[in-house]
Design a protein. Sequence first.
Length: 254
Amino acid sequence: MAKMRFGLGLSASRLLLIAAVLALWQLAVSAGWMEPATMSSPVLVGRRLYEMFASGMIWPHLFDTLGAAVIALALSALVGLALGMALYRWPLLEATLNPLLVAINGIPRVAFGPLIVLFLGVGITAKVALAVSIALFVFTTNVLEGMRQIDPMLRRHFLLMGAGRWQTFRMVTGPSLVTWMWAAVDLAIGLCLIGVIICEFISSTSGLGHLISAASMGFDTTGVVALLVIIVTATVIFRIALIALRSWLAPWSK
């Protein structure tokens, strides 16, 4: 009961905070302290959101952006898991690739955007590639650190008792990496969306980034803010869904 009351109180306080911010924003615009042309207003943004969803124009762009982000997240997780385990298994490979990975990770990915679009064209492939280039490092480093935190004696005991490599991975390595992988997912959700939207800014004919670019070039502040609200809301819903999935698949990782 105490936990439930705390959760209800936390939800209520968050809703009150959002309501207070929106009320102050609307008051500032209505009182003339801020120009609607430069800051818009909650009422104008709400109307634009209704128009976007009522007309149905937002759905193809929303699905394009989120679909590319989900594909990039899945690819980053799979490749990062394999690469992180390979770097742990072969220390010479880690020592060889580590400076290169650090150097690549230090380059702003927006600099890769035009090259990726040039080689892969305008489409979902370029969006996924740019997003993977951002999120992959997070998964790789988390998996590598997670492997280092596993007690090597535990794996050795399983092997001595006759367990195969796949059984050892399923019963020891895999469960131990779940927490590290979910921590990487929490960070990578936003990073994948950033990569996809950056690519849509550079060159795209669809997606939320394409709509934001078009709205900003037309000085449509209300449209830009409405699209940002959609992105934030989609990210929150996506993260809630992943938390629910984690609770179902790996309750010990909470």
